[in-house]
Ligand binder design. Structure first.
Ligand code: GLV
Length: 326
């Protein structure tokens, strides 16, 4: 009997073919519309494997409808969209796609950092809107990246790769993490500091932690008030880690200088969101891992995880290790 799987969006052909070789596949075909909840509720009842994206909320209510589901394979490294505890209680494996997106996401984080520091979007709009009358000494001046201090909150794979890029710009690299990474400190020349010291001393504060109940609103009014008035906040992790109302206030009243955001609490962010009215905010539509090569690798890795789980193997990237096929 071939396992039945449901894929919640069109995925790259190579990944789809891999899954189709071993499974009966049904897929939500719309490119730009997430699968409606009602469809997912119906499909989940009869499938052995679910292949989903971070746009799907895989909560307990949904999981409770599953009769024989073995795995939820998320095509993302973050899995805050899945109630992992509920899945574990039901013996459902949850998998993710770490590793393959590390460098691409670190690249984007550094791009966003530089873009925000040097006001690239604002400068481009300035020219296109016909405002460029002459070269002038302080026109569109930003903050230096070279030689500045970067503070990385969460030194996982992507945080470490970001640190490597920062070193190439002769930056002082501070980090804060639940556990110290002494090897990385030595090999990359990083300094471990407590959370408040990182906020106080960094010119760039980069949020690189997973989104969990503990990191919800980790950056709020108190944290923003500790930062330098010239500091820039960069978030390419998850929107909910930063308190958006507090950030808006801090950016508007000059508590901090600017922010670069690839992620929002609610995605897609509403066009009337207060943060989008500020010139000192650079925004992107959650494209951290969006290179053709990396997204293809992520899709294929999620396919491998799914296949492993539905064919009785332990998936390579199993999140809830307490659940397994054995
Ligand atoms: C993207 O945000 C991911 O978690 O892979």
């Amino acid at each position: 009997m071939r396992p039945n799987v449901y894929i919640t969006r069109r995925i790259p052909q190579s990944a789809l073919e891999k899954i189709s070789e071993v499974c009966n596949v049904e897929m939500w075909e719309e490119e730009d519309i997430p699968v409606p909840r009602a469809v997912l509720e119906e499909k989940i009842e009869e499938i052995d494997g679910l292949y989903c994206l971070l746009t799907e909320n895989i909560d307990e209510t949904l999981l409770n409808r599953a009769k024989k589901l073995k795995v939820v394979s998320n095509m993302a490294v973050g899995y805050n969209n899945i109630d992992v505890d509920a899945a574990s209680r039901k013996g459902i494996m949850v998998t993710n796609t770490p590793g393959v997106l590390t460098e691409t996401t670190a690249d984007l984080t550094f791009v966003l950092l530089m873009t925000t520091a040097r006001r690239i979007v604002e400068a481009s709009d300035f020219l296109r809107n016909g405002n460029w009358k002459t070269w002038s000494p302080m026109l569109l001046t930003g903050q230096d990246v070279f030689g500045a201090t970067i503070g990385i909150i969460g030194l996982g794979r992507i945080g470490e790769s970001l640190a490597k890029r920062a070193k190439g710009f002769d930056m002082r690299v501070l980090y804060h993490n639940r556990s110290r990474k002494e090897e990385a400190e030595k090999t990359l020349g990083l300094e471990y500091v407590d959370f408040d010291t990182l906020l106080k001393e960094s010119d760039f504060v980069c949020v690189m932690t997973p989104y969990t109940p503990e990191t919800r609103n980790l950056i709020g009014e108190r944290e923003l008030s500790l930062m330098k008035s010239t500091a820039i906040l960069i978030n390419t992790a998850r929107g909910g880690i930063v308190d958006e109302a507090a950030l808006y206030k801090a950016l508007k009243d000059g508590t901090i200088w600017a922010a670069g955001l690839d992620v929002f609490e609610e995605e897609p962010v509403k066009l009337n969101h207060p943060l989008l009215t500020l010139p000192n905010v650079v925004t992107l539509p959650h494209i951290g891992s969006a290179s053709i090569k990396t997204r293809t690798l992520m899709a294929e890795l999620a396919a491998t995880n799914l296949i492993q789980a539905v064919t009785g193997q332990i998936p390579t990237h199993l999140v809830n290790k307490e659940v397994s096929n054995q």
